[in-house]
Ligand binder design. Structure first.
Ligand code: DOR
Length: 433
């Protein structure tokens, strides 16, 4: 029997219900029981009262794109450590990419992840299945079987599907299954060997560059294939101005495209690579300020639908290699919301928009198949995140729960901190006082 909780005195933001006001939230039996004006539930008999004075109360964050590394690379992360790190970051639902070892390209692999998640995770973990067998881009994975096993979409993330005719066929299969194709957009011949964003800085650092066109060509290709098949294409980790413009145009044409952007692409530029900082090496690479502005604009005007972390933990020894050898990726769960709040503090984004992009918008991609998520409306699942938007803290990667200490934010001061995360009506994370 789950406990009943009263969260009182908080600023409740529920973009799904266009709510942004002081209110109290009552949780019973794992569900949001009710919401009312401040003080109205004062007499309710509950097991626990949380005083959220000065804090923001919102639906539990949903991450459509992360890497949990299990099975096969448990030195980088496990489902247990990844889910605990996610809960610390305010996430109550996370979708894990299939570039594990072996990859999630069979129903057995999906069942494996689901069984470990059921044993080790206090939050919801939803696997994404491969588009192609072994992510090799040669032969389709058993997509029907994967769908039956419960994947929430298909992706070869980390790699694109280079063969356009194979991608076309993948889309033809995904359509009737009602699941999105989530594409890592990268033309490998154009990006070939690149290590950071192409441009003056790459020249100064003497590092081979990755041109914006490597991403944009694939964004355009996949959108055209989606137009032809009528299926839903979801563009992963969009990073350039050109990609934003292409998605904007495609949406005007009524093509079923959605797009996500990461916290690091919204808040950092290629300059973070200075000093050959491998913790800022990520794929797609951090871009220029002009791209960052365009990504923010895209999110604000609805061109970009949502924010995903692309949490990509790697071991310290791998990241301590020379720049060219270090794997790409940023450990993002534990800094995501805090770093994004800088956009709100700087007046570049409304708080409601930020929360929308991390709750109801990703919930939309899940199409209600896991119950009512991403909202605090009565009857929805009691996944709730409580954060203090003004609490300052210094990022210390060594204190991350994630096994991946690879963050370019180490040592930086961020403003905004998750205080409590509630999953299915149970407190699964609470910041030490
Ligand atoms: O930087 C990245 N790391 N980008 C990806 O697409 C994959 C990810 C990983 O798996 O490490």
């Amino acid at each position: 029997m789950s406990s009943s909780i009263l969260i009182k005195n908080g600023r409740v933001i529920d973009p799904a219900g266009t709510i942004d006001r002081q209110a109290d939230v009552l949780i019973r039996n794992g569900l949001i029981s009710n919401m009312s004006g401040k003080g109205q539930f004062e007499d309710a008999a509950v097991d626990q009262v949380i005083d959220a004075e000065g804090m923001t109360v919102c639906p539990g964050l949903i991450d459509l794109h992360c890497h949990l590394r299990e099975p096969g690379q448990e030195d980088k992360e496990t489902i247990k450590t990844g889910s605990e790190a996610a809960a610390k970051g305010g996430f109550t639902t996370i979708c894990c990419m299939p570039n594990t070892k072996p990859p999630i390209d069979t129903a057995a692999a999906v069942s494996y992840v689901n069984s470990i998640a059921a044993r080790d995770s206090a939050i919801r973990i939803l696997p994404i299945g491969c588009i192609t067998k072994n992510r090799k881009g040669e032969e389709l994975a058993p997509m029907y079987e994967l769908a039956q096993a419960g994947v929430v979409g298909f992706s070869d993330d980390g790699s694109p599907v280079i063969d356009a005719s194979l991608m076309l066929r993948a889309m033809q299969y995904a359509g009737p299954l009602g699941l999105p194709i989530i594409e890592h957009c990268e033309d490998l011949l154009l990006s070939g060997g690149g290590l950071m964003n192409e441009g003056d800085l790459a020249n100064i650092f003497g590092l081979p560059g990755i041109p914006a066109a490597a991403e944009e060509i694939m964004v355009a290709r996949d959108i055209l294939l989606a137009k032809n098949t009528g299926i839903h294409i979801h563009i992963a980790h969009i990073s350039t101005r050109g990609s934003v413009e292409i998605v904007r145009f495609a949406k005007k044409l009524g093509i079923k495209v959605t797009a996500e952007v990461t916290p690091h692409h919204l808040t950092l530029t290629e300059t973070a690579v200075a000093g050959y900082n491998t913790n800022a090496k990520v794929n797609p690479p951090l871009r220029r300020d002009d791209d960052v502005q365009s990504l923010i604009e895209g999110l604000n005007d609805g061109t970009i639908d949502l924010i995903s972390t692309d949490h990509a933990p790697h071991t310290t020894s791998e990241k301590e290699q020379e720049f060219g050898l270090a794997p790409a990726g940023i450990s993002g769960f534990e800094t995501a919301l805090s770093s994004l709040l800088s956009l709100v503090h700087q007046g570049k984004m409304e708080m409601v928009k930020l929360i929308e992009a991390m709750t109801v918008a990703p919930a939309g991609i899940l199409q209600g198949r896991f119950g009512k998520l991403g909202t605090l409306s009565p009857g929805s699942i009691a996944d709730v995140t409580i954060f203090d938007p003004n609490r300052e803290w210094r990022v210390d990667a060594s204190s991350f729960i994630s096994r991946g200490k690879n963050t370019p934010l180490h040592g930086k001061t961020l403003k905004g901190k998750v205080i409590i995360t509630i999953s299915r009506g149970e407190v699964v994370y609470r910041l030490d006082p």
